[in-house]
Design a protein around this ligand. Structure first.
Ligand SMILES: NC(=O)C1=CN([C@@H]2O[C@H](COP(=O)(O)OP(=O)(O)OC[C@H]3O[C@@H](n4cnc5c(N)ncnc54)[C@H](OP(=O)(O)O)[C@@H]3O)[C@@H](O)[C@H]2O)C=CC1
Ligand SMILES: CC[C@](O)(C(C)=O)C(=O)O
Ligand SMILES: [Mg+2]
Ligand SMILES: [Mg+2]
Length: 337
């Protein structure tokens, strides 16, 4: 089925400019949405708990900061950009008691609706604006006059205007400069989880670490291995981003292209594809969501151990040293872009 894609000319910015928006959370996505909404002329407040370390950042950037409950009460559109595992409690304690007829409840990812962790009342719009990129780059691209593509979805259309509202919001954060695709909460949640697990974060990290291990264990210099499997990956992916896999193959040598065509399918062979299908199945049947919510409720011990193991991987030390010698690469993540 053909998808519907919307651009700036299809969006009416005045719709979101007429709303009082509460952004709950001020992390990767929260700061990007809030600052870009504000720069697009939208009335924004941030909802953060009293003890949150993000409060000072939001205040420094001139934003009004309230508790999540106060922000939800004052606003008529509430965008939840707190961690997925915390959203159910925030919704129950701070948002649900402050929802009124005609309010809109927005999400940046469909997890809590798809897995029925949050069940909103029927008198509010429930919609999603999900940028297809990390929040710090969503903000950086907005400031640079560009945009990260976004997905919109409407789960509940109490007002009869929820899609236009979601499109207007997506345009205000720069998404409609690149393209906004209409989808469902289910399709966004399942494809997003699959993408980040199998390809973008899980697949790519494991590919890079394994390539680095094979080279260094065979006695090659870690610095050369780093440049080969991590640094150059960005340059190769830039070509794919600009012109697809064909553009990358045009630019690399024919030796590289022959190796790509004959060896690539051996690395990512039928066993990997089968594992990817299993991973997708665990997303579709709720196994992953139950596991992740359980891990969070149990205090995240396994998550923290795996994270620490990743930080201790030798590629990190090599990379830190080499990136420090390339000022244009070692760019800090900032909250203002
Ligand atoms: N990261 C990304 O680029 C993307 C994320 N998303 C989705 O966006 C949502 C937010 O993710 P992300 O930006 O990564 O989150 P982050 O972890 O970067 O930030 C979470 C923010 O929520 C705050 N927070 C924590 N607990 C509460 C609470 N009880 N009440 C209010 N605020 C709270 C945190 O405060 P403190 O700083 O004090 O911890 C922090 O400011 C998720 O649904 C995610 O799936 C979608 C697309 C991409
Ligand atoms: C790829 C990870 C992501 O889905 C994203 C930046 O789009 C996320 O959840 O952070
Ligand atoms: Mg994503
Ligand atoms: Mg995601």
């Amino acid at each position: 089925m053909a998808v519907e894609i919307f651009y700036d000319d299809d969006a009416d910015l005045s719709i979101i400019q007429g709303r009082k928006v509460a952004v709950i959370g001020y992390g990767s996505q929260g700061h990007a949405h809030a600052l870009s909404l504000r720069d697009s002329g939208v009335d924004v407040r941030i909802g953060l708990p009293e003890g949150s370390k993000s409060r000072a950042k939001a205040e420094e950037q001139g934003l009004k900061v309230l508790t999540p409950a106060e922000a939800a009460r004052e606003a008529d559109l509430i965008m939840i950009l707190a961690p997925d595992t915390k959203q159910r409690a925030i919704y129950t304690e701070d948002i649900e008691p402050n929802l009124s007829d005609g309010d809109a409840l927005f999400f940046g990812h469909g997890f809590n609706i798809r897995y029925e962790l949050i069940k909103p009342p029927s008198n509010v719009d429930v919609a999603m604006v999900a940028p297809k990129g990390p929040g710090h780059l969503v903000r950086r691209q907005f400031v640079d006059g560009k945009g990260v593509p976004a997905l919109i979805a409407v789960e509940q259309d109490a007002s009869g205007n929820a899609q236009a509202l979601a499109l207007s919001y997506a345009a205000a954060i720069g998404g409609a400069r690149a393209g906004v695709i209409k989808t469902t909460f289910t399709e966004e949640t399942e494809t997003d989880l699959f993408g980040e697990q199998a390809v973008l974060c899980g697949g790519a990290s494991a590919l890079v670490q394994t390539g680095f291990e094979v080279l260094t264990e065979a006695g090659y210099a870690p610095e050369i291995a780093y440049f080969e499997v991590l640094h150059e990956l960005k340059l190769i992916v830039d070509l794919m981003y600009e012109g697809g896999i064909a553009r990358m193959r045009y630019s690399v040598s024919d030796t590289a292209e022959y190796g790509d065509l004959t060896r690539g399918p051996r690395v990512i062979g039928p066993a990997v594809k089968e594992e990817m299908r299993k991973i997708l199945g665990e997303i579709q049947d709720g196994t992953f969501a139950r596991e992740w919510v359980g891990e969070d409720e149990a205090g995240r011990a396994n998550f923290q151990k795996l994270e620490a193991d990743g930080e201790a991987h030798p590629i990190e030390e090599t990379g830190k040293k080499l990136r420090g010698l390339m000022s244009w690469v070692d760019r800090p993540i900032t909250e203002t872009a």
